[in-house]
Ligand binder design. Structure first.
Ligand code: ATP
Length: 199
């Protein structure tokens, strides 16, 4: 699997729609300070479901929308789509190519799309569990992150290993199942109460 392209429109400094095509191997993005290099990796983080404005170097989620310049009006929405080559079936779906997209409007309305079909954030998260690509993955190493990993708490470091060995999805499923069990237990208590009232 590899990243084939990124389409960005209205995200941070990218007012015009741009498409960056990548090929197998290493690609370097170079440019002067402030030209938007980090905004490209922010776009990838964002489309993968990043919910923290701080992680995207902003104060609020609306900060990802192009805010305008002296010569150009602000835009009303931000859109990012990444296309991944999945011919090795590294992602657990039948598609050979997968496009994940996210759009947010100034009103706060937002949506995720998988190959053009609206989906939930949860679907995006589940798709990337244990691949190292998800927003919690290690495929994007930001400035200062190495230091954070080295000086982080053992539990935080363990999360990285969990992702690398592929057990995050099981941990997540366990969490969901335990929650369901707890809900059922509460329902059972309620039913028992009603039954004893009726008797
Ligand atoms: P450096 O080499 O200094 O790290 P860089 O090339 O990584 O820089 P970025 O940090 O990606 O640059 O881009 C910063 C630019 O993006 C700034 O000029 C900032 O004004 C612009 N920018 C960020 N958010 C928005 C926004 N919402 N609307 C318009 N421009 C934005």
């Amino acid at each position: 699997m590899y990243l084939k392209s990124i389409e960005i429109h209205g995200f941070k400094s990218f007012a015009n729609k741009i498409v960056l095509d990548f090929h197998k191997g290493i690609t370097a993005i170079v440019g002067p300070n402030g030209s938007g290099k980090s905004n490209v990796s922010d776009a990838v983080r964002w489309v993968l479901g990043e919910q923290s404005a701080r992680q995207l170097r902003g104060a609020s989620m609306q900060d990802v929308i192009f805010a305008g310049t002296q010569n150009r009006k602000a835009l009303g929405y931000a859109y990012v789509a990444i296309t991944l080559d999945n011919s090795d079936q590294a992602l657990p779906v039948d598609y050979k190519e997968l496009t994940v997209a996210r759009r947010v409007y100034r009103s706060g309305e937002s949506e995720y799309l998988l190959n053009g079909t609206p989906c939930r954030l949860r679907d995006v998260n589940e798709l990337f569990f244990d691949t190292g690509i998800g927003k919690e993955g290690y495929s994007i190493i930001g400035q200062g992150q190495i230091e954070k990993i080295l000086s982080g708490k053992p539990e935080e470091r363990r999360e990285l290993f969990d992702e690398a060995v592929g057990i995050v999805k099981y941990k997540q499923r366990k969490k969901v199942t335990l929650k369901k069990l707890e809900d059922e237990r509460e329902n059972l208590v309620r039913v028992t109460d009603i039954l004893s009232e009726l008797e």
